[in-house]
Design a protein around this ligand. Structure first.
Ligand SMILES: [Zn+2]
Length: 451
């Protein structure tokens, strides 16, 4: 039995409980004790000195596109539809090798910024690209964070009135068959799974009505979750109304796309009625504030969603629309945007931390496993240094983490195993992960004939 003890940290357990000078004990990957004061004697345990640190649950990223590591910084001043149209021309070059490289870079970066579980929405499957899903799963395993892979799809290319070029789309049947195969090959329903798979057609403007409906049926037959982009921009809403005669949330509901097994990325443009439908059906929302600001999409009504009881998690979204790609920054951004829109009491630092942890766990259906430091849950824990320059004049540790400068991540445990130790990645080399990301970027953005 392997035991880990963290002593002397301020603990924000994620379930609303805090201990000023507390301890955490984990055995065989599961929390066995959390409380105030020093830890009891545990012979043979690995001890982590938590003094000067804030311990939080490992952060949960509910929406990402890891492959976009390769196209960061492009189309920096574009609208979503312009940005997508330009990006598709680069993404059509994706293959399994590139996905392995971008997953290595992206998950390593997430680990170094305190994330222990990430959902990755991958929806670009060019023909002849090779085994991209397997490559992604393998790379994330090596880095050692949990991957909830949302297997995306697009079947509405330009010839069918959609936005993407036909070369990056799949056929209706091809997408369904490949998605089912991804679930069969990689979805692990067991407690503490390192890999889960969700069914995740991309968005209403890239996916046919038939594929949206059939995807919901497939997910329910397989007992896995459903994810998609919805209500991100005004352009999307206008297109949805013109084409389907319904606002995005109504369209989703018609297709069986609201429910406790669904979480939606963005949900920026929601009417009061749509918020009520999302909340009443138990549908989750992945709030991606930096991406929404970077693309000028709008500001999600998070205070209203939270008041209605919706599970709201945070997502950094793809690094091509949110180059900062860290959840601590997203907590801050979520607070600032909510307050800019709705006043000083719209969202607190602790509500932001809750979204980044337990709210995200609820979106992914993992609230019994992760999202809070509680006895019986997985020992997925981030330890942030908050006693240095920039934080040491802020008395409240949670305010220091959310409002202060980016805190140094001292340790990151995933199921009790050290992924980051002393600020260094322990599973793969950070230098080689960065090099993999650079290679992918250069290859994908190289002009034709220079690759
Ligand atoms: Zn997205």
């Amino acid at each position: 039995m392997s035991t880990v003890v963290i002593d002397g940290a301020h603990i924000a357990a994620g379930d609303g409980t805090e201990y000023e000078d507390g301890h955490i004990v984990a055995a065989d990957g599961v929390v066995t004790r959390v409380g105030a004061g020093p830890a009891p004697e545990a012979r043979g345990a690995r001890r982590i000195d938590g003094r000067g640190c804030l311990a939080t649950p490992g952060l949960v990223n509910t929406h990402h596109h890891l492959y976009q590591w390769a196209t960061q910084g492009m189309f920096a001043d574009a609208t979503l539809f312009e940005w997508l149209t330009g990006s598709y021309e680069l993404w059509r070059r994706l293959d399994a090798r590139t996905v392995h490289e971008t997953t290595t870079a992206g998950t390593a970066w997430l680990a170094l910024s305190g994330c222990t579980t990430a959902s990755d929405h991958h929806y670009v499957f060019p023909r002849e690209a090779g085994a991209m899903v397997a490559a992604e799963v393998e790379a994330a395993r090596a880095v050692g964070i949990r991957l909830d892979l949302a297997r995306g799809s697009m079947d509405r290319g330009r010839s069918a009135g959609g936005l993407p070029p036909d070369s990056v789309t799949e056929t209706f049947q091809g997408a369904l068959t490949a998605t089912e195969a991804a679930v069969d090959a990689h979805h692990d329903p067991a407690f503490g799974a390192m890999t889960r798979v969700a069914v995740a057609p991309c968005s209403p403007f890239t996916v046919s009505r038939e594929l949206m409906a059939a995807s919901a049926e497939l997910a329910r037959a397989k007992g896995v979750r459903l994810h998609t982009h919805l209500a991100e921009t005004r352009d999307e809403e206008e297109q949805c109304r013109a084409e389907f005669g319904a606002a995005p949330v109504d369209y989703a509901e018609q297709l069986g796309w609201l429910g406790e097994d669904v979480w939606l990325a963005h949900a920026v443009h929601l009417s009061d009625g749509a918020i009520a439908r999302v909340a009443d059906t138990g549908t989750g929302v992945a709030h991606c504030p930096s991406s929404n600001a970077r693309l000028g999409a709008g500001i999600c009504r998070t205070p209203e969603l939270l008041r209605a009881g919706t599970a709201v998690g945070l997502g950094v979204d793809g690094p091509a629309s949110s180059e900062l790609t860290g959840l601590a920054g997203e907590m801050r951004q979520a607070v600032l945007m909510a307050r800019a829109r709705s006043g000083p009491r719209a969202l607190s630092a602790r509500q932001a931390l809750h979204m980044a942890t337990l709210g995200g766990a609820r979106c992914l259906g993992r609230q019994a496993e992760i999202g809070s430091i509680e006895t019986g849950k997985l020992a997925d824990i981030a330890l942030w240094r908050i006693d240095g320059f920039g934080h040491d004049a802020i008395d409240d540790p949670v305010v220091a983490l959310v409002f202060g400068p980016q805190a140094r991540l001292e340790h990151l445990l995933v199921g009790g195993s050290a992924v980051v130790e002393g600020g260094e990645l322990r599973t793969v080399s950070a230098d080689s992960a960065a090099a993999a990301g650079r290679r992918a970027h250069r290859r994908i953005t190289a002009r034709e004939g220079t690759r």
